[in-house]
Write a protein that binds this ligand. Structure first.
Ligand SMILES: [Zn+2]
Length: 283
């Protein structure tokens, strides 16, 4: 892998007032990120882990999502927050994105797929099955993507790695490894990325924020409990996340909505640091 950095597709003011003091069931107060990993492979192609909201949603969230839904989620986006727009500003044409690995099929993670028409969408088989007939406001229309020939469903085999019980290596180079992190949704995955500046595990919504899977104060947050498809799965995955942090490769665990964790990540390509932009969550 030639390069690896992270962008955020806008922010969340908090899911329907679900922020609050840590340890009292709330997510940590402050703005929540919507973190996307950008991996530049050795051949110059780009693989994203998640794609954020679509450009259409970033242009007008109330219109694209419905006023109530956008308000409930606390969506804070501007047109320039679309991942495709941010990549263009960094000198990366959206046509270079050959794959989007979806941690799960919620719209804040895969809505942006529509801005990358040349990318295949890599998703866990269990997740695709769960969302096959789901209405669009609950997740992406998996059926539409499949019809367009863009979905690659990957079965995770029982090969434990990075502290997770099952994994898959869809690009067969050991650099982008899918990990079983179900619980938030039936087929949620985490994705291990071995970049030139270190190893990161983008965990999607397996945990919204890092403190949730730690021992003290204990998670999950109220919102994680309420939104989980399986609470047993969630606590199993929290144990995996703790083992992941203890892995000898010392991966940095990156939850999708942890603005504090996001702030500490690299935000621009190393190959062209002059194009570095301030992360939009910092506003
Ligand atoms: Zn999310």
């Amino acid at each position: 892998m030639r390069d690896l950095f992270f962008l955020t597709c806008g922010a969340f003011a908090g899911f329907a007032g679900a922020t609050g003091p840590r340890g009292k069931g709330g997510l940590a107060p402050g703005r929540l990120s919507n973190t996307v990993a950008v991996a530049v492979r050795d051949d110059g192609s780009v693989v994203l882990v998640d794609a954020g909201w679509s450009a259409a949603t970033c242009a007008d969230a109330a219109r694209a999502l419905g006023r109530t839904y956008a308000w409930l989620l606390g969506v804070r986006v501007r047109p320039e927050d679309a991942i495709a727009t941010q990549l263009r500003a960094l000198g990366i044409a959206p046509s270079r994105v050959s794959a989007v690995v979806a941690t799960h099929l919620h719209l804040d993670h895969v809505g942006g797929v529509e801005d990358f028409p040349d990318a295949e969408v890599v998703v866990a088989q269990a997740e695709l099955k769960a969302y096959w007939g789901a209405p669009r406001d609950r997740g992406y229309r998996a059926r539409d993507l499949a019809r367009a020939g863009r979905i690659r469903a990957v079965a995770l085999s029982a090969t434990p790695t990075y502290g997770f019980p099952a994994s898959a290596d869809p690009f067969e180079d050991g650099q982008i490894v899918l990990l079983d992190a179900s619980g938030h949704t039936p087929g949620s995955i985490a994705v291990a990325l071995r970049g030139p500046r270190g190893t990161y595990v983008h965990v999607g919504d397996a945990a919204y924020q890092r403190w949730e899977y730690g021992m003290s104060p204990p998670g999950p947050s109220l919102v994680a409990r309420l939104t989980a498809s399986s609470r047993e799965g969630l606590s199993r995955t929290y144990a995996s996340l703790r083992s992941c942090e203890a892995d000898p490769r010392r991966p940095v665990v990156v939850p999708s909505h942890d603005a504090e964790a996001f702030a500490a990540l690299p935000h621009a390509p190393v190959e062209n640091p002059s194009t570095a932009v301030r992360p939009s969550s910092a506003r």
